[in-house]
Design a binder for this molecule. Structure first.
Ligand SMILES: Cc1ncc(COP(=O)(O)O)c(C=O)c1O
Length: 185
């Protein structure tokens, strides 16, 4: 969608598809956990809500479009999303992470990831030189929280992503306190 539309217009236009069965302008809320399979050995698009649900899918697509992304994934809580993202890592991997992250994230990193053989280094990610210095050969992720909770330090997302890419790392951003959308609203 054209960037020339303001956020409110995009929000309406990206709110989801018109329901093909009823013409409902808003996406119906599908509460079903299981979806009927019409063939024995060929599953339809949806089979079980945990793996796919039309209502959640509409939300994921709307968020992705509003953020200018390629794919959205919705979770029931922030820590569910953060924990799932960390599960992309394997034993022996290393994470460079903002030193003042949210308490729940701090506990996952210090009390859970270590047990799985995933190490970390906390740094002030507003200081790009310190971030570069903390990167190790096995660093797979630079994790930033911006603005951070609770000290509201602001890290340059683009600069961190560039550093991460140049080292073959992923960038994880917890942008809870100020999404791109709220900044543009
Ligand atoms: C910056 C930040 N990240 C993650 C979370 C965790 O979110 P949730 O409570 O939805 O798991 C919070 C909660 O306050 C937060 O402030």
């Amino acid at each position: 969608m054209s960037e020339s539309f303001n956020f409110s217009t995009k929000l309406i236009k990206e709110a989801g598809p018109i329901d093909p069965h009823t013409g409902a302008a808003n996406v119906p809320i599908y509460l079903s956990s299981t979806f009927h399979q019409f063939d024995f050995d060929q599953y339809g698009k949806y089979d079980y809500t945990r793996s796919g649900n039309p209502t959640r899918e509409a939300l994921e697509q709307a968020i992705s479009a509003l953020e200018g992304g390629v794919q959205g994934f919705a979770f029931a809580s922030g820590m569910a999303a953060i924990s799932t993202a960390f599960l992309l890592l394997s034993e022996g991997d290393h994470v460079v992470i903002s030193e003042d992250v949210y308490g729940g994230t701090f506990r996952v990193v210090t009390q859970v990831l270590g047990r799985l053989g995933i190490s970390h280094t906390f740094v002030d990610t507003t200081d790009l030189e310190r971030v570069k210095a903390a990167i190790q050969p096995n660093t797979r992720v630079i994790y930033i929280e911006t603005p951070s909770n609770p000290t509201l330090k602001v890290t340059d997302i683009g600069a961190i992503a560039a550093i991460a890419k140049s080292h073959g790392c992923l960038t994880f951003v917890d942008n809870t306190f100020m999404t791109r959308c709220s900044a543009a609203a």
